[in-house]
Write a new protein. Structure first.
Length: 250
């Protein structure tokens, strides 16, 4: 199991929901954190909490729908000469539930793909080559289990694109000690999931973070949080490494 103490992790959407839970969990393991949100004000609370746990933190801001802001955020991180060892691409947007899905506007797709897909590819293309150079890296991309709901076509399609991107990229990382995998936090009570979701956001860990700790050099796995409910981190890692890695099939 990977020891993340002293390593640096970038968490997008760190100010609330699954990103917030991820930040707290990783800080408790001694991992230093780069906390992203749309505004620096949004990460003040979580930065205070994780700093109290004795880890180093910096906060960065970017509207993920704006490619220039994403690039500027990555430039800022790079300028600080921080080696980003772990990336949790957690932030996402669920535009609307279109009951008349035949009239789903183009804007739904454009915004969904900008935030849920293009921003993530930009982050991966910038940071993964540097991970390969250093000989270590873990990337965890967040997907969704939504299916058979054209009412949410734009959101679901952007996540499907992310799944394909992740699986294809995974096929190129064997032997690098850089691993890229997918997680699904399940339907949680968050700002995105809404108050009627059946699962507590706290239950998403350790499932959403286990990809940072697996250490068998296998990428392209799908870690569904519900399969890890109630497990310790050690138990979760053992279970995760028993899941078949197949980067070529979605």
């Amino acid at each position: 199991m990977v020891d993340v103490k002293g390593r640096w992790a970038l968490i997008t959407g760190a100010s609330r929901g699954v990103g917030y839970q991820t930040a707290l969990f990783m800080a408790k393991q001694g991992c230093n954190l780069i906390l992203h949100s749309r505004s620096l004000e949004h990460t003040e609370k979580v930065q205070e909490e994780v700093s109290a746990l004795g880890v180093e933190t910096i906060c960065v801001a970017a509207e993920l729908a704006n490619h220039e802001e994403v690039v500027a955020m990555l430039d800022e991180i790079e300028s600080k000469e921080i080696p980003v060892d772990i990336v949790f691409n957690n932030a996402a947007v669920q535009i609307a539930y279109r009951k008349d899905y035949w009239k789903t506007p183009l804007d739904d797709f454009e915004m969904s793909f900008r935030i849920n897909f293009i921003s993530i590819t930009t982050i991966c293309y910038r940071l993964i080559p540097k991970m390969i150079e250093r000989g270590f890296g873990r990337v965890i991309n967040t997907t969704s289990g939504i299916k058979n709901e054209p009412e949410q076509a734009a959101y679901a399609a952007s996540k499907a694109a992310l799944d394909k991107f992740t699986k294809d990229l995974a096929s190129k990382l064997e032997g690098t000690n850089v691993m890229i995998n997918i997680t699904d936090p399940n339907w949680c009570r968050t700002d995105l999931g809404g108050p009627n979701a059946p699962n507590s956001v706290e239950d998403a860990v350790p499932g959403v973070v286990v990809g940072a700790f697996v250490d068998d050099q296998k990428s392209g796995r799908f870690f569904h949080a519900k399969k890890f409910y109630g497990l310790s981190l050690e138990e979760a890692v053992e279970k995760a490494e028993a899941i078949e890695a197949n980067p070529y099939i979605i």
